[in-house]
Design a protein around this ligand. Structure first.
Ligand code: PHE
Length: 344
């Protein structure tokens, strides 16, 4: 009996002395393992007289339980100690200054695009998309500009092959949408995107720029609707109190066609250097969708009509932010782009 207590006392001492999880594991094997001291006690039971066996067996069981519990307790303690020392070692000073993160900024043209999109989504317009590498058919033919039509000269074109080109205007997307609608109205959409023309780059021209066109087709759509819509847009984009002026113009896909001026937001129409003293600034081209364009796309031009407009995003951004060279938008000078950081 004393032997059991001796083993127990010895085991408890070894557990208390174990300074690491590995040492504790060794103690566990030494006492509770298959060849351990406690198992050895169990084997000794065989040689005891019958009447002593139950009491001895019970004692060994108690010993085993006490040792197991002590092991578990010590293991929890050692785990805790390991965690504390690890936390001490890996301590982070969260008050230290971190490295500067160079976050990008939203490009000013994208800002204008988003502004226009928000505005028109608010009026129930859909946003259409289309390819930049376009077929001649959508860019020109369906827009009432057949081959050899002099209007093709208005837009000097990058051809990939005789039937494939880089779209010269977002009107190509309008034509795709008209074709897709298969004569069904109403249609109410805007199509923003990049367009390409063979221009020599200078302060006001670029061979690649951005446009956003709008298209509404339905019953009883009039030039008045176009004017109201554009006036609303001008007020939102350039500030309240803007007026709109239509000047007659020509586009093959609209009839009548107009060029649209907005009253100068810098001098309120009085005349300044930005509007060159006229009080007006030209911002877009527009018109009523040509009946032939409607017919070619499967619409009954007797029953429905529509308006369309196209605005250059660079021009809007240049006016709004007072930028005098269009090339600034494309050279990715971060000093320029940083000026538009909304989160600075
Ligand atoms: N597509 C014309 C352009 O690129 C703009 C426009 C669009 C004019 C829609 C009228 C109607 O110049």
């Amino acid at each position: 009996m004393d032997k059991v207590l001796d083993v127990q006392a010895e085991a408890l001492q070894a557990i208390a002395d174990a300074e690491s999880l590995q040492a504790l594991q060794d103690v566990r094997i030494q006492y509770l393992g298959r060849k351990g001291s406690i198992q050895a006690l169990m084997s000794e039971m065989k040689s005891l007289p019958k009447e002593e066996k139950p009491a001895f067996g019970q004692k060994v069981n108690v010993c085993k339980q006490v040792v197991t519990e002590a092991l578990e307790k010590r293991q929890a303690e050692l785990n805790e100690l390991a965690l504390v020392s690890r936390m001490e070692e890996e301590k982070i000073d969260i008050t230290l200054r971190g490295n500067d993160l160079h976050l990008g900024t939203t490009h000013p043209l994208i800002m204008i695009q988003q502004e226009i999109e928000d505005l028109f989504i608010g009026m129930g317009y859909k946003i259409a998309e289309g390819p930049e590498v376009e077929q001649d058919f959508y860019n020109f033919e369906l827009a009432n500009i057949p081959k050899d039509h002099p209007a093709r000269d208005m837009q000097d074109t990058f051809y990939i092959d005789p039937n494939t080109l880089l779209r010269t205007h977002t009107t190509a997307m309008q034509m795709r949408e008209l074709e897709k609608a298969k004569g069904k109205t109403p249609i109410k959409l805007i199509c923003p995107g990049k367009v390409y023309r063979r221009d020599d780059d200078d302060a006001t021209h670029s061979h690649q720029f951005m446009q956003c066109e709008g298209l509404v087709v339905g019953e009883h759509i009039t030039l008045g609707d176009l004017k109201g819509t554009l006036e609303f847009m001008a007020n939102k984009m350039f500030g309240e109190g803007r007026k709109i002026r239509f000047r007659p113009s020509y586009f093959p896909f609209t009839e009548p066609s107009v060029e649209v001026d907005v009253s100068c937001p810098f001098c309120n129409g009085k005349g300044c250097s930005v509007c060159k003293g006229s009080g007006w600034i030209e911002i877009l081209g527009a018109g009523m969708v040509h009946p032939h364009v409607l017919e070619m796309n499967g619409f009954d031009s007797e029953k429905c009509s529509g308006f369309a407009f196209g605005i250059g995003l660079e021009r809007v951004a240049m006016l709004k932010y007072g930028i005098d060279d269009i090339r600034n938008f494309y050279i990715n000078d971060t000093r320029f782009l940083k000026m538009f950081d909304r989160f600075d």
